[in-house]
Design a protein around this ligand. Structure first.
Ligand code: G16
Ligand code: MG
Length: 221
């Protein structure tokens, strides 16, 4: 294993609740919709505009808005989201992640971010982790979002590694599918049944370790 390519939301920090709150505020104010709680999980790993399209489809409103109006609403949601993440600090790093980063670096493993979020650099900065990563793949430069492999392939390329030498780390079904489509080893955190496509699934990020990643990569390669 030469590289570890990380998803951000749900793996390094839990921003899903802030996304959901921001979407809920937008849906209420602009669309008169109340989003069901399941949307928090359903929007994980899904890009900003694709998330809004899902919400519009849920409300039967997909054809009521022009592309321009959709972009303006997505921008408004991002404003609410940015306000919410202002409060993030290193206390919001998920359990075990700081230790894991240290272990991987001690073993010379390159670290890269493959997040659908255009706010990834800002979030990492708030968490005090920006300098720990060798690269952050730019989601605005890839053609297809997760479950397509593009962002994980870009994450590996950014640290000049081949996908087969990398482990991808995810919490979302679409993200695990993206890792497998990229032909990388998939380490996942969350529900074992839901994330069965991964090479290993652990219940919490505290269970992540260099040893687990290396062992899983060896067995899967
Ligand atoms: C994250 C979240 C998604 C969000 C997406 C885009 O993905 O899970 O809910 O819609 O980023 O975020 P932004 O609006 O900040 O560009 P990931 O890939 O980090 O799990
Ligand atoms: Mg995620």
């Amino acid at each position: 294993m030469k590289g570890a390519i990380f998803d951000l939301d749900g793996v390094i920090t839990d921003t899903a609740k802030f996304h959901f709150e921001a979407w809920s505020q937008l849906a209420k104010e602009q669309l008169g919709l109340v989003l069901p709680a399941e949307f928090e999980a359903e929007l994980k790993g899904i890009s900003r505009t694709d998330s809004l399209i899902k919400i519009l489809e849920f409300g039967g409103l997909r054809d009521n808005y022009t592309e321009e109006e959709i972009l303006a609403m997505a921008e408004k949601k991002n404003g609410y989201y940015l306000q919410a993440i202002e409060t993030l600090t290193k206390e919001d790093i998920l359990p075990g992640i700081t230790r894991l980063i240290g272990e991987l670096k001690d073993h010379g493993v390159k670290l890269s971010i493959a997040s659908a979020s255009k706010n990834a650099p800002a979030i990492l900065e708030k968490l005090g982790l920006l300098d720990e990563f060798d690269a952050i793949a730019d989601p605005s430069k890839v053609a297809n979002g997760k479950p397509a492999p593009d962002i994980f392939l870009a994450g590996a390329k950014a640290v000049e590694l081949e996908p087969k030498d990398c482990v991808g780390v995810e919490d979302a079904v679409s993200g695990v599918a993206a890792i497998k489509a990229a032909k990388m080893t998939a380490v996942a955190v969350g529900d074992e049944t839901e994330l069965a496509q991964a090479d290993v699934v652990v219940p919490t990020t505290a269970d992540f370790s260099y040893a687990l990643f290396e062992k899983t990569w060896e067995a899967a390669k």
